[in-house]
Write a protein that binds this ligand. Sequence first.
Ligand SMILES: *Cc1c(COP(=O)(O)O)cnc(C)c1O
Length: 219
Amino acid sequence: MSIAENLRSIKKEIPESVTLVAVSKTKPVSDILEAYHSGHKIFGENKVQEMVQKWEEMPKDIQWHMIGHVQRNKVKYMAEFVSLIHGVDSIKLLSEIDKQAKKHNRVIPCLLQVHIAEEDTKFGFDADEITDLIHHPEYKKLQNISVQGLMGMATFTDDMEQVRREFRTLNRLFRELKNTLPQIAILSMGMSGDYTVAIEEGSTMVRIGSSIFGKRNYK
Ligand SMILES: *Cc1c(COP(=O)(O)O)cnc(C)c1O
């Protein structure tokens, strides 16, 4: 199937209330343009440099989401245009995003990445660290970031019950956090292999790459 056909069939499957981020990392501009011309405008990249290059070359009404791990010294390159940063995993990173956003006189929407995988190789906060963060004196000073929700990645496994458990944990944390941060509305969870389960467990935003663009040769 073509990229446009893949997109169409995925959009038919997911509820309208769930936002689809088409993960275009490693894929050429020509592939992204095919998706764009079929009407899709939200793309996710996991490397700042690659996202900046694509942003420069492509139509300016595309919303670029940074879904990967972000190094602090790279924030300045994307601060002008990034629509949502999914992978915020420290107060230091959040402060740097705030500082760079200020230079462009804008507020950058962010998600806090939560470590939900039972395997322990992924980045992110745990529940206690999120509580610490939002009560941190530094956090309260940040005027140019807006925390809009949480992001998580489940363990890479065929055991869908484990994946479900991990997504359920993230949703529980999301609902608890809403008591303190009532503005949060985005729960970013679900990829090609697990987005159906993620949506059943309350995802509001899925990040889908290979089911749209085909397999990648490298991550
Ligand atoms: C690559 C990536 C995705 C998409 O993965 P697929 O399995 O190709 O859908 C989603 N989220 C993050 C954080 C990624 O790095």
